[in-house]
Design a binder for this molecule. Sequence first.
Ligand SMILES: [Ca+2]
Length: 199
Amino acid sequence: MKRSYFLLFTVCSLLFSVLLWGCGGGGEGTFCSKGAEDIGVDICVTVTPKDSSNVNAFVTDCDNSGTIDSKELLKDHLATVSITSKKINPQSTFDPYPITIKGFTITYIPDRIDSPGIREFTPLGPVNIQLFSDGTISQDVDLVDIERKDEFAQDINSGRFNSNLPQRYTAVYKFFGEKFGKQFESEGWTTFTIGAFCE
Ligand SMILES: [Ca+2]
């Protein structure tokens, strides 16, 4: 018995190491919902940068036309989130749907300690993502908005941080909601690089 617990512990430790390595090493990941047992549904989130994982934060005359054209101006870089929901007990006649996701935050973790911090993001408007049944829905949301791109460029130009470009970050999305007065949340993350890119 002891032996099997030890084995389980070893497997869990290894799995945890792999998860941590995944966090710093790149790619994408998810921690499915905390509070799932309270609402009867497990909710998992994956995040993928839209178009490219290279985020441009500098206005550049990319086509050498001598002027900054509208297509060369900064715009919000988006990400696609896929939210998968699944009843924990499919045999149950109890229907936990609809479930509403009320909001999310993005925190940014730099790979390097001498990179500029990027301020936590919270959407300005209300977020109402409705889940009506088991399945997956996708939606585009911000990855890095113009405001944070501007702040990053200013920080790089200030000389107070490492100014090598591009720099790598992990964006951690935390989605949250409430059902039957119980809170739940799900996390998904993705890595990206930010610097001077022509799109
Ligand atoms: Ca141009």
